[in-house]
Design a protein. Sequence first.
Lengths: 276, 276
Amino acid sequence: MTHDTAGTAAAPLAPELVARYHRDGYVLLPPGSLAGDLLDVALDELPSILAADDPGRVLERDGRTVRSVYGLHRTNPAIAALTRRPALLGAVRGLLDDDVYVHQSKVNIKAPFAGDQWEWHQDYVYWLTGDGIRRPDLVNVAVFLDEVTEFNGPLTFVPGSHTAGLLASTDADGMPLGYEDAPAWVATLTADEKFRVRHCVIEELARANGLVSPKGPAGSVLVFHPNILHCSAANISPLRRAMLMFVYNSVANRPEVTGLRPDFLADPEPVALQPI
Amino acid sequence: MTHDTAGTAAAPLAPELVARYHRDGYVLLPPGSLAGDLLDVALDELPSILAADDPGRVLERDGRTVRSVYGLHRTNPAIAALTRRPALLGAVRGLLDDDVYVHQSKVNIKAPFAGDQWEWHQDYVYWLTGDGIRRPDLVNVAVFLDEVTEFNGPLTFVPGSHTAGLLASTDADGMPLGYEDAPAWVATLTADEKFRVRHCVIEELARANGLVSPKGPAGSVLVFHPNILHCSAANISPLRRAMLMFVYNSVANRPEVTGLRPDFLADPEPVALQPI
């Protein structure tokens, strides 16, 4: 196995980055550090991804603006190949200490003036309750497709909150405003989170640990824990904030519930990925 | 006249601050630079201001959370006295080169988790069309009553945009969602701005001039031009972002239309203020 800075080897992250991930629940890597072509390939594919009338496409409350497109690792061969880039796979395998596959992938757009907020939530509760994934042995990898600034709705984390375990306490009933006629799984993908964390819990954690919004140029890669408490504000700026996101799961942590959610939300073929 | 750093003299701002105000459309002053007791007095008065069932009180879309309370310089003697602090009055007189009075005052709350956004707008168009104020010879003075951070919905400016003149082009009809039964003037005080600036104009100005969100500890004073293009995001953080705002007008620029809007939106007694 060769180890080089261009990221052709499936090597784990440096020990200090691994330690920081486990302490803070996230690490932000500069452009090019995991795979040099992540940004270019994703930007090349983006127009056709957004244009396709795909069942994995979710619109904003306005019924026009694209909010997210799910299942890209299943529908787009170029994106599927990106999920197997050696350095990316090596980093994730190292964090989970196992072989991995992509349980979910998506692009979140946050259009200028229109991209809506994502309320405070943890990701893992959806995979536990929706797909029967027993342990939070998953890793989120978000590739910035635009520069992320304080103005265009960056992800906001409570650092270290992943160590607090499952915080969600409310399972909101019914469908969110504007999505009344949509299938039930849409309730997990809108600005109104299905599982809510009590405000006093968020406040207590934020006062103790602070808040942080990782920012950086397009091509930066944000790796974060499925139990980190996070949100993001609406984008009322004139600048887009698109992100490509891969959710890797340990193959030993396969879903125990299958077939309940669409394939583009829960991959039905959890097979260990090999680097290419 | 004595000049001292405690701000007991009605002196203008330093020439470099005046130049920056005219170039950028705003200046941010550190706590204590205009009047040492602005913050303490305002925080002392805040609980009773928020509790009073006053006609100048505006709620958020949720119908519960206080968004703003208007007319404080008319209803609250302690706040009225603050508007006449010598250094504050001296700074504003210097910027407008005239005697001044308070045309409007308010506190904007931005409650934790609930404070809604303010869309992109310029302030002056409301005073021109609503009150017949012929020239943009007004100055906004915002006193931070909480620390303002990137997380709690800071004001966001396009610096220098005040030099572009009046940008608003759309006069939205009807009442915003959630305020259908309210009096017509409420339409000028909600998250949905009555006068909208075209998105292409905002984008062009932001790409040319950038964006800036002045931040600072409680007690900081943000002085800004009535024609600067600005907005602020919703506050989805657990931390409040309250601001006390005074809109000073030149006495030579008195409204030519009176009696159309409530006293708490347009002061009916434009009399030159004397420092106390």
